[in-house]
Design a protein around this ligand. Structure first.
Ligand code: CA
Length: 235
């Protein structure tokens, strides 16, 4: 049985699919909000807390892959991607940018609820990763609630929203190169006027705060021509 009041957000512009899914999930005991565009999704997220996102990749206002990527840069919430496209490219792209699972339409709604249950169990089973309030970054701790760093000497250093967004995006993708473009998505909703130079400036400030040598950085590496990469410490 699903947990009480598990809140599912469906982002799907096909009204038939949206209403069928909504009815099925409500019957299965979920609290469901359904919207038909990425814009409406962002508005819901500004006010509501959700437990899982069901995201159609073919949306009328924004590219689904880009939406998933922006969402993942900001939230740990599990994502299931819904796609009518059968190409491997889309599914791989979705998983690479942080979707947790995908379903190709048309799918059996019972399969959908199984996937949801599995994902929720997985995210509850790894609280340290999914919901923890801090992350270790080498000798530094990133405090997710306080938007601050605790240094090895115990000092606490606060982060601006843009520093926080970029650091979280990097830290959630250890050993993966993130392009400036990807990091700009992470910044897109913090209010900073984004431009590629902004990323370089923010990374420079972050290196200073976490004690990374700006001339020979070991934690946030520059990958010339691509972007940046977070390298976790060996401990
Ligand atoms: Ca669609």
């Amino acid at each position: 049985m699903p947990h009480r009041a598990t809140h599912v957000l469906i982002v799907e512009d096909d009204e038939m699919v949206q209403s069928l899914l909504t009815a099925f999930l409500q019957e299965s005991g979920y609290s469901v909000t359904a919207v038909g565009s990425a814009g409406a999704m962002w508005r819901i997220l500004d006010t509501d807390r959700i437990d899982i996102l069901l995201l159609d990749l073919g949306l009328p206002d924004e590219d689904g892959i880009a939406v998933a990527r922006q969402f993942r840069a900001r939230y740990e919430t599990p994502i299931i991607v819904l796609t009518a496209r059968t190409g491997h490219g889309d599914r791989l792209a979705a998983l690479e940018i942080g979707a947790d699972d995908y379903l190709v339409k048309p799918f059996d709604p019972r399969e959908m609820t199984l996937r949801i249950e599995n994902l929720l169990a997985r995210s509850r089973g790894t609280p340290a990763q999914a919901q923890s309030e801090s992350m270790a970054l080498g000798s530094v701790r990133l405090n997710l609630e306080a938007h601050s760093l605790t240094l090895a000497n115990g000092a606490e250093v606060s982060l601006t929203p843009s520093e926080y967004s970029v650091l979280v995006a990097l830290a959630r993708a250890p050993n993966r190169v993130l392009s400036r473009d990807h990091l700009l998505d992470a910044l897109a909703r913090t209010g900073d006027a984004p431009g590629e130079r902004v990323i370089d400036v923010v990374v420079g400030r972050l290196r200073k705060k976490i004690g990374d040598d700006p001339k020979h950085p070991q934690v946030i590496k520059t990958v010339p021509g691509f972007g940046y990469l977070y390298r976790p410490g060996r401990d």
